[in-house]
Design a protein around this ligand. Structure first.
Ligand code: ADP
Ligand code: MG
Length: 234
């Protein structure tokens, strides 16, 4: 399996684990301003996606993302299934020439466009768009304007998503099920914005693992001694 394909499969597995760990928290959030199914919806969908991508023969990142999206579309009901699943399928071709900083930006932008297009939500409507929009803009700016390393760009994007999640708390929902509550939705954190943040955090974890350089020197017994490195230990 290609290194990038392997990273993509690991990423889906990591997201599935994180979402499973947060299942009851997501359901709690959705019971306050929705119908208490977001945790179950997402956990079921991502577990199925992890199984589906594990069965792919020599996958590339675009195929992994497309398979994930298709699985979410078929397994996840409610608003979030088509939003997450359909947008992943739609954006997946952006990765067909491989996973680079540039293709990741293109993927993120197309994914955001599709979420906005399908759900017709904008920043301030108290949805996943509130976490996703600042995250994608921050990622793009970090890569394209500030020339930041991809991992650091992703880390800044996660921080932006986190602020986006916090921003959903004091505002009133005007899209999705929570909008039926009107002003009573104020004071509650949006479940979909929260799951978007968890997904991004899991992606950052996997990305960090895949580029990490071992910080320990190899065993001294079979490698030359590096005097300076040893002197630094004192
Ligand atoms: P449902 O609301 O159908 O029960 P879920 O509970 O799985 O679906 O997902 C709810 C989340 O979906 C919300 O917290 C919100 O973030 C997101 N959402 C709902 N409607 C929209 C929309 N029109 N655009 C973007 N996101 C939306
Ligand atoms: Mg719900």
């Amino acid at each position: 399996m290609s290194e990038a394909g392997e990273a993509a499969v690991d990423a889906v597995e990591a997201v599935a684990e994180r979402i499973e760990a947060e299942r009851s928290h997501l359901t709690e959030l959705d019971s306050a301003i929705g119908d208490a199914d977001h945790g179950g919806n997402m956990a079921r969908g991502w577990a199925a996606a992890a199984e589906a991508v594990a069965e792919l023969d020599d996958p590339d990142p675009a195929t992994v993302v497309k398979t994930t999206g298709k699985t979410l579309l078929s397994e996840v009901g409610g608003a979030s299934g088509p939003l997450y699943g359909g947008s992943l399928v739609f954006a997946s071709p952006e990765l067909s020439d491989g996973l680079t900083a540039e293709s990741a930006v293109a993927f993120a932008e197309t994914y955001l466009e599709k979420v906005q297009d399908r759900g017709d939500a904008r920043v301030g409507d108290k949805t996943m768009v509130d976490a996703l929009t600042p995250a994608v803009h921050t990622f793009k700016k970090s890569i394209e304007t500030d020339d930041v390393e991809p991992i650091e760009a992703l880390s800044k994007a996660v921080a932006a998503a986190e602020r986006g999640v916090d921003f959903t708390v004091p505002i009133r929902a005007s899209k999705g099920r929570a909008s039926y509550l009107g002003w009573r939705s104020v004071g509650h954190q949006d479940p979909g914005a929260t799951s978007t943040l968890y997904i991004m955090e899991a992606l950052l974890d996997v990305a960090t693992e895949h580029v990490e350089v071992p910080d320990e020197l190899p065993d001294h017994a079979d490698s030359p001694t590096i005097p300076d490195a040893e002197a630094d230990d004192d």
